[in-house]
Design a protein around this ligand. Structure first.
Ligand SMILES: [Zn+2]
Length: 273
């Protein structure tokens, strides 16, 4: 490890990179990481609506001590602040228009710069980039190491999307779908527990008007069509890791950590402390 450190002139590698430096070469679908530099991970999470990418991205960011940056949150945060960009954004939202790539990118750049000023050196991006154009712009401000593409079998995904409920009072999201697919023809079964609300929200659950089977299917079709070029963009750079979720969080989380070579990350962190 000391020779590696000397060769790459790492003064203070992040715990994550330190782990990689001391481990044997990855043998799983994990793409080769770029030359280690003195910073934390810069990852992207891709996945269709309903796959649970926010959940896994949040968990990983707390494990790796990097911020989870979701573009939806950036928009909401900006809307609640003041300034030229906020005014511009309010106007667009009030007119019911889509927020452009340029504005999303301004918000992201602002967030990354603010993070850098606070000493942040990594992130997990969620919901960005959506287009090759955005990916190209992103290349100018970040050095993406890895793109995790989360996948879920279509029938389960559809059922999950249709199980989405929102509390009409507190606005929190829940999922009433209880997935229990039996294994068939060599295909493993899958079960996923519902995400039920606390008692006080239970009677106030509503289904979004656009969560009908027809609309969900169309949303997924559009997602696949639009996401393909972005996936291909990162695949051709050897940065894309496809991960098929084997079930709910209890089954998927350990497998995801394994695929990312992070399965003993917490133990190593504790041992190093
Ligand atoms: Zn509620």
């Amino acid at each position: 490890m000391s020779t590696l450190l000397a060769r790459t002139r790492l003064s203070n590698p992040s715990p994550f990179l330190r782990r990689f430096l001391s481990s044997s070469p990855p043998i799983s679908p994990l793409p080769p990481l770029p030359n280690p530099v003195d910073r934390n991970v810069q990852w992207i999470f891709l996945g269709c609506p309903g796959v649970g990418k926010g959940t896994y991205a949040t968990r990983l960011s707390s494990l790796l001590s990097v911020p989870h940056i979701a573009t939806g949150d950036l928009v909401r945060d900006e809307l609640s602040s003041s300034g030229t960009l906020a005014d511009q954004l309010r106007e667009i939202v009030n007119r019911g228009e889509l927020v452009s790539d340029e504005i999303i990118f301004s918000l992201l750049s602002k967030r990354l710069a603010a993070g850098k000023a606070k000493g942040e050196s990594g992130f997990i991006l969620d919901g960005f980039p959506r287009t090759i154009n955005q990916a190209e712009i992103l290349k100018g401000v970040a050095d993406i190491d890895l793109v995790v593409n989360l996948k879920l079998r279509e029938d389960v995904l559809l059922e999950k999307c249709l199980g989405r409920r929102i509390c009409s009072q507190c606005g929190k999201n829940y999922n009433v779908a209880s997935i229990n697919v039996k294994g068939q023809n060599g295909r493993p079964g899958m079960s996923m527990a519902p995400l039920l609300p606390p008692q006080h929200c239970m009677s106030k659950l509503i289904t979004r008007a656009d969560d009908t089977e027809e609309v969900v299917k169309e949303r997924l079709r559009i997602y696949y069509e639009k996401s393909q070029p972005v996936e291909e963009y990162y695949r051709s750079q050897g940065k894309l890791m496809e991960f098929c979720l084997p079930g709910g969080i209890p089954e998927s989380w350990p497998k995801l950590l394994e695929a990312l070579k992070l399965d003993d990350y917490e133990e190593k962190q504790l041992a190093a402390a």
